[in-house]
Design a protein around this ligand. Structure first.
Ligand code: AMP
Length: 286
């Protein structure tokens, strides 16, 4: 397995592979791998000849008061895990090589980025779309694989690829969960045992919304009241948002239907911000 630290080396290798007729599937990540990341790598391996995993904790998608410094990192652990997968190359650049002095370009998607995480994390999605554009230009993949856990990010990247005629096919993977329902996340490593219990407020809220909806409660006002009370019944939780949105436009909905996604962001103990989401009326494949 190759490990590249500079965009030039990564690009040179990727170009050689393309010239020899190989297709590339890219899995963009911020590292500290869990089963969700490894599942993305396995899906990527089914989609092309060679898998490239990028590992970059992108500073421009973190706000000044966010957890950039506390974001879990362990390069050696990650390399041990990734070597067990069918991964041809890891791209792990430094912030300086991605954002050299004089850098001043931003790629941003307008409407989809104003809702949900876009409201509470200003500038976050511009950071994401800028770095993903750079990764696409450096690796020139045929396919890129993203998780549905970051549901808004996925919608924004699909929009960007379509709008900018980027020749990359976007493939998505459903949320990978722990046995008790918690959506896997690198940030779960920052949860102490009490906070790990509070973290279940998200997935159980989703299951509760589904149950109430099956029982006939489809008013978003009603459901929101129920869910807020449920989430706040866990010690140390603060709701960033609990929104019922249209799966494509991300606009808020008033009555639940087949297109409605419940999107959740909850702060645990003021320290760890977790997200989760799912269709309120589950798709047959969910
Ligand atoms: P991250 O390293 O957290 O930036 O995530 C890298 C990729 O893994 C993104 O496409 C995420 O959506 C995806 N991902 C993270 N957690 C999960 C999960 N529990 N299930 C599925 N995909 C995930």
């Amino acid at each position: 397995m190759e490990i590249f630290k500079s965009p030039e080396e990564m690009r040179g290798w990727a170009r050689e592979q393309a010239l020899s007729g190989k297709t590339i599937s890219l899995v963009p990540t911020m590292g500290y791998f869990h089963e969700g990341h490894l599942s993305l790598m396995r899906l990527a391996a089914q989609q092309g000849d060679l898998v490239v995993v990028s590992l970059f904790v992108n500073p421009t998608q973190f706000g000044p008061n966010e957890d950039l410094d506390r974001y879990p990192r362990d390069f050696e652990r990650d390399m041990t895990l990734v070597r067990q997968e069918k991964v041809a190359a890891v791209f792990a650049p430094t912030p300086e090589s991605m954002y050299p002095q004089g850098f001043q370009t931003e790629v941003s998607v307008r409407n989809l980025a104003i809702y949900l995480c876009g409201r509470t994390r200003p500038g976050h999605f511009a950071g994401v779309t800028t770095v993903v554009s750079k990764l696409f230009n450096i690796v020139q993949p045929d396919v890129a694989v993203f998780g549905e856990k970051d549901f808004q990010q996925l919608a924004i990247i699909r929009r960007m690829v379509c709008d900018m005629n980027i020749p990359v096919r976007i493939v998505s993977l459903p949320i990978v969960r722990e046995a008790d329902g918690l959506a896997m996340s690198s940030r779960n490593a920052n949860l102490d045992p009490a906070n790990r219990v509070a973290a279940l407020s998200l997935s159980t809220a989703l299951y509760l919304a589904r149950e109430r909806c099956r029982q006939g409660v489809t008013s978003v006002v009603e459901l929101t009241k129920i869910l807020e009370a449920h989430i706040l019944s866990f010690a140390g939780t603060a709701i960033d948002y609990a929104s019922f949105v249209d799966s494509e436009t991300l606009e808020p909905m008033t009555v639940v239907d087949e297109r409605t996604v419940l999107a959740l962001a909850v702060r645990i103990d003021g320290k760890v911000r977790l997200i989760d989401n799912g269709y309120v009326i589950p798709k047959p494949t969910n």
